[in-house]
Design a protein around this ligand. Structure first.
Ligand SMILES: Nc1ncnc2c1ncn2[C@@H]1O[C@H](COP(=O)(O)OP(=O)(O)OP(=O)(O)O)[C@@H](O)[C@H]1O
Length: 277
């Protein structure tokens, strides 16, 4: 596609060359290839259709929210993207790599954090991070762990067993684990669940700084609409295993005529409830 700009209108050299002068053709910027492309993804567990038909893409460096009510299929979608659950149908491409055909390379580009997935309690912070650094084939793991400990204020905790840490401290360790391989795509399930407002705010600021400095993309599943409005450039809305909307927060607010995402979320959930009647 080309965008035609009337550059000639302001160019004195072209003045007098007919009514409209010459029109300069400038190639339109090519959008970057997505870091994640999910296409017609579905997963059934026996009779349960957890995910029916999910398609979306994430641009490199974007922070995308994955929203939906309880049971909408967010966790199942994330588990399929991570390669933890095999899809019943559909494809997942990570930086162009087909996860089904090239799982090791594709998984190496990602990492994950969830408050619902515990790190081994008896291992110290250093031992935990070393295990994951080795699993991901990180070069110079000690240097990487020292770097993360400095960024995430873990230096005083490195020799403590993870089971003895507070929820906020454990969240920082889980983030260090999620960043150990410098992922190009970071998947976060409820990154601030069960954190006090101050710690949650620190985590959000850290994620924004990390995304700005590293250029990594983030897919964030959350029930906290204020968090999504603050962090996410676009939002995928799920209901009953399908994507029902995908837009910027401002685009969603305008389309639904609402002041905040919480109201948009309720509108979408209630449309679904009416659809089931
Ligand atoms: N292993 C499983 N076996 C059977 N059903 C499952 C399994 N995992 C998920 N489900 C069902 O699939 C649907 C989607 O679940 P999922 O956990 O993906 O939703 P969610 O959007 O993450 O919900 P929540 O916000 O409550 O965590 C639910 O009806 C759930 O009961």
């Amino acid at each position: 596609m080309t965008i035609v700009t009337p550059r000639a209108f302001s160019c004195p050299r072209l003045a007098g060359r007919g009514r409209f002068g010459k029109i300069a053709a400038v190639p339109a910027p090519v959008p970057p290839a997505p870091i994640l492309a999910v296409s017609h993804l579905a997963k059934t567990f026996g009779p349960v259709e957890a995910v029916r038909d999910v398609s979306f893409t994430i641009a490199p460096g974007a922070i995308t929210g994955l929203l939906g009510g309880n049971g909408a299929g967010k966790t199942t979608t994330i588990a399929m993207i991570l390669g933890l659950i095999e899809p019943s149908r559909g494809t997942i491409r990570v930086d162009g790599l087909d996860l089904g055909a090239d799982p090791v390379r594709a998984r190496g580009l990602m990492n994950f954090s969830s408050p619902y997935v515990d790190l081994p309690h008896r291992l110290t912070v250093t031992e935990n991070l070393t295990v994951f650094a080795r699993l991901y084939g990180v070069r110079a793991p000690r240097r990487r762990i020292a770097e993360l400990a400095a960024h995430l204020d873990l230096e005083g905790l490195l020799d403590r067993p993870v089971g003895r840490l507070s929820a906020g401290q454990r969240t920082r360790v889980a983030l260090a684990k999620a960043l150990v391989n410098r992922p190009r795509l970071l998947l976060l399930d409820e990154p601030t669940a069960s954190l006090d407002p101050d710690t949650a705010d620190w985590v959000r600021r850290y994620l924004l700084d990390y995304q700005r400095d590293s250029g990594a993309a983030i897919l964030l599943a959350s029930h906290n609409m204020a968090e999504v409005e603050r962090l996410c450039g676009d939002v995928v809305m799920m209901r009953a295993g399908t994507v029902v909307d995908h837009d910027t927060p401002a685009g969603l607010l305008a389309r639904y005529g609402r002041d905040d995402l919480e109201q948009v979320f309720l509108d979408i959930a209630r449309q679904g409830a009416r659809g089931h009647q």
